[in-house]
Design a protein around this ligand. Structure first.
Ligand code: FES
Ligand code: FES
Length: 156
């Protein structure tokens, strides 16, 4: 049954009227035109669709919009402050940590999620986090360098 669901996205209050079982990714992309989070597998296996929900990274393709009700969502579109990129965005840019770029927003949000969830994540925790993310272009060495650079920037 259709419901009216409210949440905050990238600092803005938003309301949608839809089936609460609908994937959050679908609502972000189709209703709110936030297309940074990508549809990859649709099954929680690639993390191209990663967003933060109350500060924790989630796969938006397997998170229902009903589960996001009254919560705070951060997508890649909400990361920069004006013209200033988030340190993780800057690190991925500086390292050229992408080829086609399809996985990049999810990778960045995964790293940002780890930084949000843990004050000082270890190398092992970083590797565990990145193992959830698939890059079909196999840009992993540069992605890992960018992720390490993101964590280092956060310590400054
Ligand atoms: S599209 Fe969500 S995990 Fe693959
Ligand atoms: S850069 Fe193409 S999927 Fe990762």
């Amino acid at each position: 049954m259709v419901q009216t669901i409210s949440f905050k996205v990238n600092g803005q209050a938003r309301t949608v009227t839809t089936d609460p079982e609908r994937p959050l990714l679908d609502v972000l992309r189709e209703e709110l035109q936030l297309t940074g989070a990508k549809y990859g597998c649709g099954d929680g296996q690639c993390r191209a669709c990663t967003v933060l929900l109350d500060g924790k990274s989630v796969a938006a393709c397997i998170t229902s919009v009903g589960d996001a009700a009254s919560k705070t969502i951060l997508t890649i579109e909400g990361l920069s402050k004006g013209d200033t990129l988030h340190p993780a965005q800057q690190a991925f840019l500086d390292e050229g940590a992408f080829q086609c770029g399809y996985c990049t927003a999810g990778m960045i949000m995964g790293v940002v999620g780890l930084m949000s969830e843990k004050a000082n994540p270890s190398e092992g925790e970083l590797l565990t986090r990145l193992q959830k993310h698939i890059c079909r272009c196999c840009s992993y060495p540069r992605i890992l360098k960018a992720a390490r650079r993101s964590l280092a920037a956060a310590k400054k």
